[in-house]
Design a protein around this ligand. Structure first.
Ligand SMILES: [Fe+2]
Length: 157
């Protein structure tokens, strides 16, 4: 059994919302990056994040968790090995995996790989993002789009 991730049997995101994510996410400028990540130069042009309109947030609050913030992440390139800044555990739901075979890889503290998984589109997962991790196999020019939401930050819910 993995200690790094688990699937959750939560509802599929309505098509109206996933259509919005696909339309918005795929037109993102490859040169932009997340403000959250901006101090880390290595993340420029690899990752960004954008907000959902309030009427869509309502669906997540009613069906997934009433008091989380749900945003869209755009991964544009294979990420370097990292721990997420400030987050311990996150919801993850891929709307567009990028291409087949993209792996999410977890490493031990010595950077030795201990688990590689292919997360499926339209499934809810929680990921232990304080473990070292990255993704590999994303073909240049393809974007990986999904919903992300912080479950625990600094060991607090
Ligand atoms: Fe991460």
């Amino acid at each position: 059994m993995s200690l790094n991730y688990t699937e959750l049997l939560l509802p599929r995101i309505p098509q109206e919302i996933t259509d919005f994510i696909l339309a918005e996410g795929n037109k993102r400028d490859p040169s932009t990056y997340s403000v959250e990540r901006a101090p880390q130069d290595s993340y420029t042009d690899m990752y960004e994040w954008f907000a959902l309109p309030p009427e869509f947030i309502t669906w997540f609050r009613a069906n997934i968790s009433p008091n989380r913030y749900f945003g869209v992440q755009v991964i544009k390139k294979n990420l370097p090995i990292h721990r997420d800044y400030g987050s311990n555990v996150k919801f993850n739901y891929l709307v567009q995996a990028g291409n087949t075979g993209v792996e999410t890889v977890f490493y031990n503290d010595d950077m030795v790989e201990n688990e590689a998984i292919v997360l499926e589109e339209h499934k809810w997962y929680i990921l232990s993002v304080q473990e070292l991790h990255n993704i590999r196999g994303l073909i240049d020019g393809n974007y990986r789009l999904g919903i992300t939401s912080r479950i625990a930050k600094n060991n607090r819910i």
